[in-house]
Design a protein. Structure first.
Length: 337
């Protein structure tokens, strides 16, 4: 299972001569990775060896310098691919079983963290790849199946559950989950459905979708809350450089925020609109990708992003199902993601 070298050569150069790809998952009974170039042309479909079926989540696909992982909700496992472009691109590494149905994944320095409907768990990465056995886990604060996304902070993980929980759990010096999950302090009284999140350093930006808010979590407490203005229900967010972008599902739009210190300032209410409801968003360097669903199909919209954070549509793909889940922007010369 791999992306052929010839396929890699078809990508579009957005950073020097390095091709860029957009990756999503079919999320169907026979789950597949779907690889697109930045014009929206489908280059390859790669079976994950598992079953899809997840919804209402973000972070269903994650990557670091060496690997890419995708959740298989229906089969209760996560598929890991080796990112080795010098020898053919993405190559199947293994399927990692989870303690319950997985909804979101994120890499740390030497661990893969898996959020399931009931637990969050850590799997060490060594010379043999990702361990199939968890070296730490913790039950979620609620654990009712509403888990949405997991993110990595310094020394801990941050987790959102749509049943009104924003929580953290500690990591030991080896990166293993230790102790119990705990609610963040200062969760607002009007909290209604935390959904997506994006992290950097000690900061986590977490949406509170049905309250039309984005919150900043730092040191296990909410320190800032910003309203979404004219756009309803910011659900999923992505962060790179000075900009945080939110995909607002019922408004069928993306908003732009400037983030610095404790500030979250809406810089533009609408930078892109869609025919369907956005279900996930990814942004890296000068490329953004948004998944939306409308009627009986999904779409992958691919944008060039300029230095001011403005979106220009660069490519569009239509997928003949509503289940498509997760999105990542993949550079062939990845060196820090």
């Amino acid at each position: 299972m791999m992306i052929a070298t010839a396929v890699a050569a078809q990508g579009n150069a957005n950073r020097g001569d390095a091709p860029t790809f957009i990756v999503t998952a079919s999320n169907t009974a026979h789950n597949e990775l779907m690889i697109y170039d930045t014009q929206g042309a489908l280059l390859r479909q790669i079976p994950t060896g598992g079953a899809g079926g997840v919804s209402g989540n973000a972070g269903g696909i994650t990557q670091n310098h060496d690997r890419l992982a995708v959740v298989n909700f229906g089969s209760g496992n996560v598929t890991v691919f080796d990112k080795n472009f010098a020898h053919g691109g993405l190559r199947f590494e293994k399927v990692v079983p989870a303690l319950a149905n997985p909804v979101s994944v994120v890499f740390g320095a030497d661990h893969l963290y898996i959020l399931t409907t009931e637990y969050v768990e850590s799997h060490r990465i060594d010379n043999n790849g990702v361990s199939p056995i968890a070296d730490g886990h913790a039950a979620l604060v609620i654990g009712d199946g509403s888990a949405a996304q997991v993110g990595k902070l310094r020394g801990e993980l941050v987790i959102s559950e749509k049943s009104n929980a924003i929580e953290t759990v500690n990591l030991d010096r080896f990166g293993r989950i230790t102790g119990r999950t705990r609610l963040a302090a200062n969760i607002p009284a009007n909290v209604n459905a935390p959904f997506g999140l994006a992290t950097r350093g000690d900061d986590a930006y977490v949406t509170i979708a049905h309250a039309n808010e984005i919150s900043l979590v730092r040191n296990d407490a909410i320190v800032t809350i910003t309203g979404s203005g004219t756009q309803s229900a910011p659900c999923w967010v992505t962060l790179d450089g000075p900009f945080l972008f939110s995909a607002n599902s019922p408004s069928r739009s993306v908003s732009r925020y400037a983030v610095y210190g404790k500030k979250i300032i809406q810089d533009a209410a609408v930078v892109a609109t869609f025919n369907g409801d956005p279900t996930d968003i990814a942004y890296r360097d000068d490329v953004a990708a948004v998944i939306d669903a409308n009627g009986t199909v999904s779409h992958v919209s691919i944008f060039k992003v300029d230095g001011d954070g403005d979106f220009t549509l660069h490519g569009l793909a239509t997928i003949n199902n509503l289940a498509t889940n997760g999105v990542a922007v993949l550079h062939e010369d990845d060196d820090n993601h």
